[in-house]
Write a protein that binds this ligand. Structure first.
Ligand SMILES: [Zn+2]
Length: 313
């Protein structure tokens, strides 16, 4: 069994495994491997930042939506009459500013108006501050979850440092530039950026538009429907459905093969889960694309398996 470092969501999803450009491999570890020190020089930092863009993969879901990924970071931009809507914000402000630039280049003249967090885990809201002009939307338990996560900042920072170390050790097991090495490198990079955030003020941006059970966001040419799943993977899990694009976002509620991600065994919110399952079932025939919380494209079979497993719980 492979050793896999723990993350805040306790799972690592294998996303894109593109090869790193040789220049970047030569350059980046020297520049960003030290979690304690700042970038050594402005020139080197600028060069490294430019090269980070080559690690970011961009997938056009359809003409009106774009999935941007780096390792387990995944954010989707949806183009609407009322502006761009971003689903999830990644783990850090620094990387999400890069994603934002890519998105705004793809949809010229459009600005991000809303960010919706699928749930209040740091790898999903950590980049909210990159979208400073947007309204952040989330389930009403989210702000409290964020407060309790950051209650002991020193402990959180130590945990991030530990995860970076684990990825460094993991990378030593792999041949440099192999797919596994690249994957570990990208995950390490994400946590290094998250650590950078903690050195400055204002990096935590909580949802300001919240709701208890459901919300329908009217964007003129399309609507975005949100439904709270109940306490499950987090206390603030949302299902997000865009009927005009036949697109469903499931956050981290389940992974491949419909495997539910249940973190609150003692507090099963069964009635709410069943209400959410009914909500999904009413829409299943109209769903064409399902995007998981780390950019994985899930199948309708995964969704059906998940709802069955929840009913059987
Ligand atoms: Zn999560």
């Amino acid at each position: 069994m492979k050793m896999v470092p723990s993350t805040w969501t306790s799972s690592i999803i294998n996303c894109s495994k593109g090869l790193l450009p040789a220049l970047l491999i030569a350059l980046l570890p020297n520049i960003i491997s030290s979690q304690e020190s700042d970038f050594p020089s402005a020139d080197a930092a600028a060069e490294a930042t430019a090269n980070i863009d080559t690690l970011i993969s961009v997938l056009e879901i359809n003409g009106n939506s774009l999935l941007v990924r780096l390792g387990s970071d995944a954010i989707t931009a949806i183009n609407t009459e009322k502006g761009l809507v971003v689903i999830d914000a990644g783990i850090s402000t620094g990387l999400s500013l890069r994603y934002k630039t890519i998105i705004e280049r793809y949809f010229p003249g459009k600005a991000v108006k809303f960010v919706i967090n699928t749930h209040a885990h740091p790898d999903h809201y950590g980049g909210n501050a990159a979208f400073s002009d947007a309204t952040v939307i989330g389930q009403e338990n989210g702000p409290g979850e964020i407060d309790s996560h950051w209650k002991d900042t020193t402990r959180v920072i130590r945990r991030i440092q530990g995860i970076i170390k684990e990825y460094e050790l993991l990378m030593q097991n792999y041949e440099e530039n192999s797919a596994d090495w690249n994957q570990a490198f990208m995950e390490k990079l994400r946590y290094q950026y998250a650590l950078e955030d903690t050195k400055g003020p204002g990096f935590i941006r909580k949802p300001s538009l919240t709701f208890a059970d459901s919300l329908r966001l009217d964007l003129e040419d399309m609507v975005i429907e949100m439904k709270h799943f109940g306490i499950c993977h987090s206390k603030s899990d949302l299902l997000i459905y865009v009927p005009e694009l036949k697109l469903l976002f499931t956050g981290d509620l389940f992974f491949k093969y419909g495997r539910p991600s249940i973190n609150y065994e003692q507090n099963r919110d069964k009635a709410q889960w069943l209400s959410a399952v009914q909500w999904i079932q009413a829409r299943t025939s109209d769903i064409e694309t399902i995007i998981g919380g780390h950019g994985e494209l899930l199948s309708k079979e995964d969704l059906t398996r998940f709802t069955q497993l929840i009913i059987e719980e």
